[in-house]
Design a binder for this molecule. Structure first.
Ligand code: AGP
Length: 603
């Protein structure tokens, strides 16, 4: 979503830092951008709609400036135009903002009655006016910010400059991510690590309700009017983690990182076999039921996890989409564990689901990739996916790592319940060793994926079908295809097709059919035959090498057969790769698909 970067210091030219930082935040998704900087105490604001290079072309990089704010905007209040884009200046205050202020309409009316006029439709301009109006009464920026935070409802990460204090940046944070980067002779603010990673490795993570005064040499942090101590932490990544390392796209690089991500995520739990798995995971046996709540691909990982935990550990699992969960009756019982799954650890709906579970008194567990993220800090227990920084909007390696951890939870629980025998544990551990090699071999079948992409490129509707765990994978395959290739697709439970949707199958309609679970394979295969006999072009993804084949498919991708708990980590590879090749063939913006944001920090 929106991105913030800010700089104050004497070592660098702020304009360079701001544009450079905004480029690093492009992956988050945006539709307009802007910067504000001071040169000889004169404020300059430059904005543009669309790609960042348009903003770059308007900027004079030869200026001398020690302080400034930059922003990429993903439109929420009002269309993507220059008037609505940030920074916004009202009176003495210039502001950039991520998040959504919920009471902005009533504040706007009140401020109008005080004589403020508004050019944009944004909540941010209202925040700037509110701050200016409070400041007129006390002439003290910090006190004004404090009062403003008492009045604002909703989420915000704010970068603030005040005309009366030209050497200082101010920030305020509530429910939207914001960090302060600590340099030497200069300091930074950013909504996300990559914006400043090549400038400094030291940072301060702000808690909700905090605000701060930042000069080139000093950082003072406050909450509720009281000065607070803070820890300076160090980023684990370095700048090379956010480069493409020779790959054409971040998505391709990240798919190729999956063998290593699997090792990194699972090794700590499997290094001494089942003993380390039991020692290093919470005791899941004490819960009557597991609830998994997440958004998008993380929900799909949860659905795979549900199949694995229910089948393997005979424990009930319910999966909810966080945006629905937060507004429905949750019927949470005391002995239920709520697992929230999130790559970013900042997804607004998932965070709210976590808060609901905590308020209800439930134990919570986060399966999180971004260390130090809000959900990682707020959940009672955390298991980290070790996917490293994921830049492509379409998740691949983080999704796989989520599935890997859920499979370990299933194994942990089934072992503790004495439902898995030694022979099968041995088989799982052996398969886990072989898995990275298998993933690599599947990634290398590039030519097959290209041919499939070529085959389906002229179709506007594509179906993904499967049963059980394969249906959960079909959902992820369909989402990947939609988000990066802009091709409409639907995931369907194979047995459900003939209850309506099969009427859409025509001569040549592409149907990606997934069959990996022996127990239900014959059923799914008869569903595939139903679509084939109505003209479908069937792309068959299976771990079955040589079943009696009688022409029910057009193309076949065979994935190695491994234990049920690990199989999805292989089956998903062709789904990701076909989506990638199709998007490439159609010339789509693969790493930054239109309208999408990497981290969805508003509901
Ligand atoms: C998937 O490719 C998406 N970009 C999206 O569905 C994503 O998984 C979802 O927004 C959840 O994000 P999170 O894991 O950061 O919470």
């Amino acid at each position: 979503m929106c991105g913030i970067v800010g700089y104050v210091g004497s070592n660098k030219n702020s304009v360079h830092v701001l544009i450079d930082g905004l480029k690093k935040l492009e992956y988050r998704g945006y539709d307009s951008a802007g910067i504000a900087y001071l040169e000889n105490n004169k404020l300059n604001i430059i904005k543009s709609v669309g790609e960042l290079k348009k903003l770059e072309s308007k900027v004079n990089f030869g200026v001398s400036s020690n302080i400034g704010l930059g922003h990429t905007r993903w439109a929420t209040h009002g269309i993507a135009d220059e008037v609505n884009s940030h920074p916004h200046k009202v009176g003495k205050f210039t502001i950039v903002h991520n998040g959504i202020v919920e009471n902005y309409n009533e504040l706007r009316s009140k401020l109008k009655s005080e004589g403020y006029g508004f050019k944009s439709e944004t909540d941010t301009e209202v925040v700037a006016a509110l701050l200016d109006s409070i400041y007129k009464t006390n002439n003290d920026v910090l006190k004004s910010i404090r009062k403003m935070t008492d009045i604002l409802d909703g989420s915000y990460a704010l970068g603030i400059m005040c005309e009366d204090d030209n050497d200082t940046l101010y920030v305020a944070k509530n429910k939207s991510p914001l960090i302060i980067g600590v340099g030497e002779g200069d300091n930074y603010i950013a909504s996300d690590v990559p914006a400043i990673l090549d400038k400094t490795k030291k940072y301060i993570a702000l808690e909700d309700g905090c605000y701060a005064k930042i000069t080139s040499s000093e950082i003072n942090l406050y909450k509720d009017g009281i000065k607070k101590d803070f820890n300076v932490e160090e980023f684990k990544y370095d700048a090379s983690d956010i480069s493409k390392k020779g790959y054409e796209h971040f998505m391709l690089k990240e798919m190729h990182e999956q063998p290593e991500v699997f090792r990194r995520t699972t090794n700590p739990y499997l290094e001494s076999g089942i003993d380390s798995l039991i020692a290093k995971m919470p005791d899941f046996t004490k819960y009557g039921k597991i609830r998994i709540v997440a958004c998008g691909s993380a929900t799909h990982a949860g659905l795979v996890g549900k199949q694995m935990i229910e089948k393997f550990a005979n424990a009930e699992v319910q999966v909810d989409t966080a945006s629905e969960f937060r507004y429905c009756k949750q019927f949470l019982k005391e002995d239920e564990l709520v697992i929230v799954v999130s790559q970013s650890g900042e997804t607004a709906d998932t965070l709210e689901a976590l808060n609901i579970a905590k308020k209800n008194g439930n134990d919570t567990l986060g399966i999180i990739n971004e260390k130090g993220s809000t959900i990682a800090r707020e959940a009672k227990m955390v298991l980290y996916t070790e996917a490293g920084k994921e830049i492509a909007v379409a998740t691949t390696k983080a999704y796989s790592a989520q599935v890997a951890l859920l499979s370990l939870i299933a194994l942990n629980l089934s072992y503790k319940k004495d439902l898995v025998d030694k022979k099968e544990i041995k088989e799982i551990l052996e398969d886990a060793n072989k898995l990275p090699g298998y993933i690599e071999s599947l990634l290398n079948k590039e030519e097959d994926y290209k041919k499939i992409a070529e085959d389906i490129k002229d179709y506007n509707d594509i179906f993904f079908i499967g049963r059980g765990i394969d249906y959960a994978l079909a959902m992820e395959g369909s989402l990947k295809l939609k988000e990066i290739s802009y091709t409409h697709s639907e995931a369907y439970a194979a047995g459900e097709l003939k209850h309506g949707t099969i009427s859409l199958i025509d001569e040549g309609t592409p149907v990606v059919a997934i069959v990996t679970d022996d127990n239900i394979a014959p059923k799914t295969i008869s569903n595939i035959k139903e679509v084939k006999s109505r003209g479908a072009n069937v792309i068959y993804i299976t771990n079955k090498k040589d079943e009696n084949e009688d022409g029910f498919y057009d193309k076949k991708i065979v994935v190695p057969k491994v234990n049920y708990l690990l199989q999805p980590l292989l089956t998903v590879i062709p789904l990701q790769m076909v989506a990638y090749e199709l998007a490439k063939l159609k010339g789509c913006s693969i790493d930054k698909p239109k309208n999408l944001a990497k981290s969805v920090t508003v509901e």
